[in-house]
Design a protein around this ligand. Structure first.
Ligand code: NIG
Ligand code: FE
Length: 426
């Protein structure tokens, strides 16, 4: 199937030479083409350029179309006059497989309790763990797919999903099997992360090392045997898992081919960033507490610093020093952290707005941070995250908008007209 999108007012974030990630001052750059076309065959982007170039035979010769010109060929055409086309969002950090919701804790938060105080009272992650254990795999899948569908409608075409609300071998496997079913049944690109060390379950209170032993000796081997996880995560922070715990768990996961991708430095200078970099983590995420030592550790590494503006917004937290990191030449990714406790939203367009409003990032920077850099942070920047020949045709077509800057500016408006994932209109 050949799909031609023509008369595109602006085709945003095109790459002639695809790169794995964008760092430092380059994050402010964004290549665009005015009055453009985008040519898709089956699942992939075949070509793009200006409307003038569309009549050039070299354009359509890249497809399997035998007609003498694309304009005479039997292909599906979308006329995008007045509309823009952007690469779909990649959301590299979510916890969307969960049961129920936690709006009651939200009220506690409004009344003044902190995230840590709620967790210490058995709320928070443990509340979700209790609910999840009582929920069947089918029901969990049903609830999670509703979130997947909502995210697709908001322009996301790739998502990383973590376990971590099971906290027993059986329930962690249940979560990961749900993620596997989502991967099999949704058009999105899905990556799966094992986060057995998300919290100490109630039955192990005071016996943290024994729980870490359970994660290492029982959970990780079982997860690996069923090939349920691409990555290994640990919540390495004050009141949760220590650097030593994290070190042990990451090593155990890496033995089975799971690359680290961890929660770090959300609540304190936890040492999480350094231990993540030490094991070549694909990303370290949250990063509210980042100083010179953390920046120095990240420089020259392959680890993507990932900030979760929705969680900081929802919990009224310290803001990660994003500008300082970019000034130091680092790349920055922005993901949603969609979860029931600290960020009950997978709206990546709103994440872009938060990036601009709270972190003083420019529209160009937030577009790069939510597409190519999050694609890198989930290990898929060779096939997603920008408009580049050969990549998956994962794009969204906007409504009529005056500029791409309008997207993060109009923070509450749904500005998406059509979503295309792997070449198919959703
Ligand atoms: O990324 N920080 C740790 N974990 C999640 C929150 C999970 C929850 O509260 O349910 C996060 O914010
Ligand atoms: Fe998280």
């Amino acid at each position: 199937m050949i799909l031609l999108i023509k008369n595109i007012k602006k085709l945003v974030q095109v790459e002639e030479q695809a790169v794995a990630k964008i760092s430092g001052a380059d994050m402010a750059k964004l290549a665009t083409i005015d009055n453009a076309f985008l040519l898709i065959e089956d699942e992939r982007i075949v070509n793009f350029g200006t409307m003038d170039e569309l009549t050039n035979p070299s354009v359509w010769k890249m497809t399997s179309c035998k007609a003498d010109s694309l304009l005479n060929a039997d292909i599906k055409v979308i006329d995008a006059t007045g509309q823009m086309v952007l690469p779909s969002f990649c959301d590299s950090h979510t916890h969307i497989v969960y049961a129920g919701s936690r709006e009651i804790e939200y009220i506690d938060k409004i009344k003044g309790l902190s995230y840590e105080e709620i967790a210490a009272r058995g709320g928070g992650i443990l509340n979700s763990a209790k609910l999840l254990r009582e929920t069947s795999e089918d029901e969990l899948y049903r609830q999670s797919m509703l979130r997947v569908e909502e995210m697709i409608s908001m322009g996301t075409a790739a998502v990383e999903i973590k376990s971590g609300y099971g906290l027993t071998p059986e329930s962690e496997l249940k979560m990961l099997r749900v993620i596997k079913r989502i991967r099999e049944n949704s058009p999105m690109i899905i990556k799966s992360t094992f986060l057995g060390a998300h919290s100490i379950p109630a039955e192990y209170r005071g016996r943290q090392t024994e729980y870490v032993d359970l994660v290492i000796s029982e959970m990780i081997p079982q997860v690996a045997a069923e090939e349920l996880a691409d990555y290994i995560d640990v919540f390495c922070d004050k009141g949760f898992f220590t650097v030593e715990d994290t070190d042990r768990i990451l090593l155990a996961g890496m033995k089975y081919g799971m690359r680290p991708k961890i929660h770090a430095n959300e609540l304190d200078y936890s040492g999480g960033i350094q231990v993540g970099v030490k094991y070549d983590a694909l990303s370290v995420d949250h990063l509210e507490f980042v100083g010179d030592a953390e920046i120095a550790a990240l420089q020259g590494s392959n680890t993507m610093p990932t900030v979760l503006p929705g969680a900081a917004f929802f919990l009224n937290m310290e803001l990660s020093p994003v500008r300082k990191m970019m000034n130091a030449g680092l790349p920055v990714a922005l993901a949603s952290d969609y979860n029931p406790g600290s960020s009950p939203s997978g709206n990546m367009k709103f994440v872009m707005s938060l990036g601009c409003i709270n972190y003083k990032m420019t529209p160009e920077e937030v577009i790069n941070a939510t597409t190519i850099n999050t694609a890198y942070a989930m290990g898929i920047s060779d096939v997603a995250g920008s408009i580049a020949r050969g990549k998956f045709a994962n794009v969204y077509i906007t409504k009529n908008i005056p500029s791409y800057e309008f997207l993060p500016y109009a923070y509450g408006s749904n500005l998406i007209d059509k979503v295309i994932i792997k070449g198919k209109i959703q």
